[in-house]
Design a protein around this ligand. Structure first.
Ligand SMILES: C=CC1=C(C)c2cc3[nH]c(cc4nc(cc5[nH]c(cc1n2)c(C)c5CCC(=O)O)C(CCC(=O)O)=C4C)c(C)c3C=C
Ligand SMILES: [Fe+2]
Ligand SMILES: [Fe+2]
Length: 357
């Protein structure tokens, strides 16, 4: 080892495992893998909800209006009223035992299983963690922690099967904001949309088959309900809507079904603009009026159950169907920490780690 090698190696972060007697011990450089989910309020009271919604809805990737137009509306009427209604929705699904939102509990469980599986594959060269785009644990704190653990390379994995600028892109933006502040940047790779990955589609199809087998009768039709986006985002080049449509088609093919057995819809419209449709809440009522007595609903865009699925789908959208004359409503849970889902995420990560380990 030459003198210049010693100068280059950083104690506690270095690249050489055998530094020699004239050098402090150094750890071998590691690769970090971060699962990045959307985020969630810390609690359901007015101020926690307001803080969370303010961070979320001030994100220009989510609401892209000029600040001078949007901020007075947001800080005025929206953040006065919405924390109450959103807080009520979160309270109805809150994980009381852990005093946190289901999205946080599930993301932590997914990460633990993912880490164990990836470490089985790659040993202790990888360090796995998770972060949120809004709220905690913040993207900045997690990336800094990984760097302090010796990660010189980081695979940043937004947990969205379909790419959307208000989800995948803003998660990546936030990671790059941290890098902008670091003197020694880790190398970073971002994971692309994985809705076409065979292991993801297999897990999705298996979850449908299992739910159908357990249901008291066979649903007439499966509604694939995706979180919506304004139609303008599609017209301006965001591929999310197309990737959702394609997910439904690939799932249908996996299940060996025809077009009469599955339909695509979009939920959670927000604000006055036209959003992509049809709206799930209206569409399920229409299905009931057409005479469908039993429907099932799945949400392939959500890697983890959250307020949008547990409250909006399994409460509001269920009520809409039953009030319009439907009789049975079956909810297909998100893939969460199912073994086949974790395996799919590991396969996607291994592919993107190529050449790094
Ligand atoms: C899965 C993809 C998602 C897209 C696309 C998306 C776009 C989008 N969302 C809003 C506004 C809200 N979304 C909210 C919650 C929420 N959104 C997603 C995912 C997508 N959003 C998830 C996973 C969640 C749940 C978070 C949780 O903690 O459980 C909310 C907050 C809840 C509420 O008050 O109803 C808002 C607001 C917009 C405007 C948008 C596209 C532009
Ligand atoms: Fe959303
Ligand atoms: Fe919603």
């Amino acid at each position: 080892m030459s003198a210049s090698d010693v100068e280059l190696d950083q104690p506690g972060q270095g690249r050489l495992a055998h530094a020699g007697p004239d050098h402090p011990p150094v750890t071998r450089a590691k690769v970090g893998v971060v699962l990045a989910n959307l985020g969630t309020p810390d609690a359901t009271d007015y101020w926690s909800m307001r803080r969370y919604l303010n961070e979320f809805l001030s994100d220009k990737r989510v609401v892209d209006y000029a600040s001078w137009k949007w901020q007075p509306l947001l800080q005025g009427i929206i953040l006065t009223k919405r924390p109450f209604s959103s807080g009520k929705a979160y309270r109805s699904i809150w994980n009381e035992e852990k005093d946190e939102s289901p999205l946080l509990t599930i993301t932590r469980d997914q990460t633990a299983k993912f880490a164990a599986r990836l470490e089985r594959e790659l040993g202790d060269k990888v360090v796995v963690d998770f972060c949120m785009r809004y709220g905690n644990p913040s993207t900045d704190s997690v990336l800094r922690r990984l760097q302090a653990q010796g990660c010189e390379k980081i695979l940043f994995f937004p947990l969205y099967p379909q790419y959307a600028s208000p989800t995948s892109a803003t998660a990546n933006d936030q990671a790059f904001r941290t890098l902008m502040k670091l003197k020694w940047q880790p190398a970073i790779r971002t994971v692309p949309a994985y809705f076409e990955h065979p292991a993801y589609l297999d897990a999705l199809a298996a979850s449908v088959t299992e739910t159908y087998t357990a249901a008291e009768s066979r649903p007439d039709i499966l509604v694939a309900s995706y979180h919506g986006v304004p139609k303008r985002y599609l017209m301006e080049g965001d591929p999310y809507h197309c990737q959702c449509q394609k997910t439904t088609r690939l799932l249908k093919e996996r299940l060996g079904w025809d077009d009469s057995q599955i339909v695509t819809a979009f939920q959670s419209q927000f604000g006055p603009e036209e959003w992509v449709g049809p709206q799930t809440v209206d569409h399920v009522a229409e299905l009931a009026r057409q005479g469908h007595k039993h429907i099932a609903v799945i949400s392939p865009a959500f890697a983890s159950d959250c307020v949008e699925t547990l409250e909006e789908i399994n409460e509001e959208i269920r009520d809409s169907f039953l009030h319009a004359g439907g009789e049975h409503f079956t909810y297909v849970p998100c893939l969460n920490d199912r073994d086949d889902h974790i395996e799919a995420l590991v396969q996607v990560a291994l592919n993107e780690l190529g050449g790094w380990i």
